[in-house]
Design a binder for this molecule. Structure first.
Ligand code: NAP
Length: 283
């Protein structure tokens, strides 16, 4: 039977480290500060924002929540971003996506000071990840790397297959694995003979949003499976992109959904915010 990679446990361990470091920074009068901006009242986004606020409280960060009405104009949002860029208490700015239709997401992301872009979505930070000289790493792929490394999974020289090529998960995921000296293949909806490609992999990261897409017969025996997918089934239950039962019978380690990648994402946001605060303080 496969070993479970617990995002809950690994996330708790990282948060304990961050809490300790935050306490040490406070002795030097540095308090990491995160501003979360929410436009509109999307229920899922509200939950994410609340969880981010709670994480800040738990770790001893300063946090601000800016909730703007759904009819906010792009100019109004850009004005707020500009103000937060200049606020000394704020080290990280996170604008919760998606934004309402009247606002151009890329313009808003580009307006965030790259040194405060703790989501690592700004083109400057995306470029830095590409060349391997980065301070912030996109939270979900960074969480996956932590899960792998803290579970003793060796990446150097290994065949890694990433399924999904989105800008927030698949592409940066592939780059981070490449920087760990893995041999990386990216699959997407136009990939031919996807199962044959996946069967080569020592490590499979699946991030497509299709419940139970990855099945055990697509895996090499002993592969490691990281399931990023989170879909809601008709009964309301959360479901990953891997068919847990058939994959578990073949692989050596696997993340559950929920309790795998999910808990890591906010923790990595907290890590990026701490990094931003240290950078600002010249530490
Ligand atoms: P996305 O932007 O919708 O991208 C989906 C990707 O999957 C695309 O590249 C698409 O290929 C590919 N794809 C779709 N169907 C496919 C198929 N049948 N075979 C191969 N590739 C296929 O999604 P995302 O934002 O990356 O998110 C992916 C999943 O991860 C979602 O379930 C999301 O909820 C979850 N997620 C979880 C966390 C977390 O914290 N746990 C964070 C972020 C996302 P094309 O490019 O060819 O269309």
């Amino acid at each position: 039977m496969a070993q479970l990679i617990s995002g809950k446990e690994i996330s708790a361990a990282i948060r304990a480290e961050l809490k300790e470091e935050t306490a040490r920074l406070k002795e030097q009068d540095v308090v990491p500060g995160l501003a979360v901006v929410l436009v509109g009242d999307d229920p899922a986004s509200k939950v994410y924002v609340r969880n981010k606020k709670r994480a800040c409280e738990e770790l001893g960060y300063y946090s601000e929540e800016h909730t703007l009405p759904a009819d906010t104009t792009q100019e109004q949002l850009l004005e707020l971003v500009k103000r937060l860029n200049g606020d000394e208490r704020i080290h990280g700015i996170l604008v919760q996506l998606p934004l309402p239709r009247q606002i151009d997401e890329q313009s808003v992301i580009a307006a965030i000071d790259p040194d405060k872009d703790v989501d690592a979505f700004h083109p400057v930070n995306v470029g830095r990840i590409m060349i391997g000289d980065y301070r912030f790493v996109p939270c979900t792929p960074a969480g996956v790397i932590e899960l792998l490394e803290r579970s003793g999974v060796e990446l150097e020289g290994k065949e890694c297959v990433v399924i999904g090529r989105s800008n927030i998960v698949g592409k940066p995921m592939a780059m981070l694995l490449l920087h760990k000296n893995a041999t990386v293949t990216i699959c997407h909806s136009r990939t031919k003979d996807l199962a044959d490609v996946v069967r080569r992999a020592d490590v499979v990261v699946v991030a497509i949003g299709r419940p139970k897409f990855l099945t055990g017969d697509m895996l090499k025996k002993g592969a490691v499976v990281i399931d990023v997918g989170t879909s809601r089934l008709p009964d309301g239950k959360l479901c990953g992109d891997a068919d847990f039962v058939s994959c578990e019978a073949v692989c050596s380690q696997i993340t559950p959904v929920p309790g795998g990648v999910g808990p890591m994402t906010i923790t990595m946001l907290m890590k990026n915010t701490l990094t931003a605060a240290k950078m600002r303080a010249g530490l």
